[in-house]
Write a protein that binds this ligand. Sequence first.
Ligand code: FE2
Length: 168
Amino acid sequence: MSEKTAMAIRKMIDYNSPDLRRINHALKVFGFASAIGVEEGLNAKELEILEAAAVFHDIGIHKAEEIYNCASGDYQQKLGPDVARPQLLELGYSLEQVEEICYLIGHHHTYTIKDNPLLQMLIEADFIVNIDEKDFPEGTDYKKIRDKIFITKTGKKFINSLIIEIEN
Ligand SMILES: [Fe+2]
């Protein structure tokens, strides 16, 4: 990870502290997103965008809970970019990078967009972690989720290992 990504992680931790659950969630999504990005052949610039988006993807949750008393994906997407933007600018990301990162944050629950590779990788990483964190109701058909949502070879490989673990 770049020094900037490390600073982004520190900022995210400071912002979410003492909510360790959210901090851990963001770190896990970051880890999977980064691994998917590297294995799928992203260049350093693309990886930096994806990693920052993964670190900050749920940054709107606290605001959503505060304003709407609800942490649903829609509210997170809506509020996340405005919470992330000043923090990203402070970290030294360029305006262009900030807009790209905010776009990913603002669409990470919009599963109908299939033509943005970085968004796809972020969505897959978030799904993998949400499955691990048992965010889905009992009886969920994870294979159906995989076939509907997952596109990258690496993301599919990761979700397959989770499905095997769940089914055994
Ligand atoms: Fe998430």
